[in-house]
Design a protein around this ligand. Structure first.
Ligand SMILES: C[S@@+](CC[C@H](N)C(=O)[O-])C[C@H]1O[C@@H](n2cnc3c(N)ncnc32)[C@H](O)[C@@H]1O
Length: 383
């Protein structure tokens, strides 16, 4: 198949899956995704080597460009030391791009700000449908930004490409009808609220510390706030300035475990109840915005769950051992972090285990409130 045929096949597959709205199909059929990718890319194709070089494997490279896969284009902010520990720029999965554009509900005549230019592919899609003069895109990484600008020009699109911190928005062309972020944040920045016109829409991935990221679609009111529902789960890269690895365990527990902790027991297995359940993690995250966890495997197939607060006052461990009916808990500090997580999980369970789309967010100058089903029903916050 020629690249054009592969592009058309991808667009058809996205349409058939219900991900690509008809009004965005011409852009997907026209914008050459491969023209935005560097010669060396990385993607998870199961058994295949994730790295693919265009010069060595031209056919595979082109097939990957038009596969419904996220493609990593930069590691470790461009540090070329061979370690490749954290992916830091990518072309997002086409399904996700299409569904976020569907959430964005942009129309010709709308002025749009994209945060996270990355390869420039999404900016090209926006420029194709809305006109390049209506599109601005902000990228924090100078090399990534320069590459995207060149790729955009090469493909015949000239949106405004800005190198800077997208969490500050881009006031020069405000107000925007739409802001679309393709990098995730913990909270919606005040600058985006201020730079979106009343009635305008912000679509962004939100990735709370505890896990279970999701896309939120907010409508901005005329008074500096915005409100709306989460639409779907997501796993986007985190805003460069908000990456959080956690604090060293020694800062919480200077000596050997179990330190001064108190022992108790729980019947809730964190691994089974929360470990692989994204909505459960998300509910805990909304309830406990300042708590995070780490898991350590031990022995055959058990896990120790470590819980920490960002203020570095408290920690807890829970041992998840398959086949057991109760699990040992250790808690230390002014907060009983496992009790808080268990209460958050039980609240979520009592609500009928809601998925992402029953949750919503109101973002304003005074902070953010997550809610269930309606803004009148805030998610109970702990901590
Ligand atoms: C998933 S990629 C974006 C994909 C892109 N929209 C595309 O079509 O290829 C996320 C991008 O966000 C960028 N980024 C991270 N922090 C940022 C920030 N504070 N401001 C702007 N961009 C940021 C990263 O460098 C990365 O290029």
């Amino acid at each position: 198949m020629t690249p054009e045929e592969q592009r058309a096949a991808l667009a058809t597959a996205l349409t058939d899956a219900g991900s690509l709205p008809a009004e965005w199909a011409p852009a997907f059929n026209s914008v050459p995704r491969h023209a935005f990718l560097p010669d060396t890319i990385w993607t998870d194709e199961g058994d295949e080597d994730p790295e693919c070089s265009r010069s060595e494997e031209p056919e595979r490279w082109m097939r990957l460009a038009y596969s419904d896969l996220p493609i990593i284009t930069q590691w470790d902010d461009g540090a070329d030391d061979g370690t490749r520990s954290t992916p830091t720029s990518s072309a997002s999965m086409p399904t996700v791009v299409a569904e976020m554009l569907s959430d964005l509900d942009a129309e010709p005549g709308h002025r749009v700000l994209e945060i996270g230019t990355g390869t420039g592919y999404n900016a090209a899609l926006l420029a194709h449908r809305l006109g390049a003069e209506m599109v601005s895109t902000v990228e924090v990484d100078a090399q990534v930004s320069a590459r995207a600008r060149t790729a955009l020009r090469g493909a015949g699109y000239a949106p405004e490409v800005v190198c800077g911190d997208g969490s500050l928005g881009w006031g020069v062309r405000a107000p925007y009808d739409r802001i679309m972020s393709t990098v995730s944040l913990r909270d919606i920045p005040a600058a985006w609220l201020a730079q979106t016109r009343p009635g305008g829409v912000i679509v962004s991935p939100v990735s709370p510390l505890f896990g279970g990221g999701a896309i939120v679609r907010l409508t901005v009111d005329g008074e500096g706030a915005a409100s709306g529902r989460f639409t779907r789960s997501s796993a986007f890269m985190v805003l460069r300035q908000q990456r959080y690895e956690g604090e060293p365990v020694e800062d919480y527990l200077p000596g050997d475990w179990p330190g001064d902790s108190e022992q108790s027991w729980t019947k809730l297995d964190p691994e089974a109840a929360i470990g692989d359940d994204w909505p459960a993690q998300f509910a805990c995250a909304l309830t406990l915005p300042d708590v995070y966890y780490r898991r350590n495997g031990f022995g055959e197939d058990g896990w120790t769950w470590w819980l920490f607060d960002t203020a570095v006052t408290s920690w807890a461990t829970v041992d998840s051992v398959p086949g057991e009916s109760r699990f040992e808990v250790r808690q230390s500090g002014p907060r009983n972090l496992w009790d808080e997580v268990e209460a958050a999980w039980r609240w979520w369970d009592d609500q009928g285990r809601p998925g992402f789309d029953r949750f919503g967010l109101t973002a304003g100058r005074e902070g953010h409130t997550a809610w269930l089903d309606s803004p009148e029903n805030p998610v109970p916050r702990q901590g």
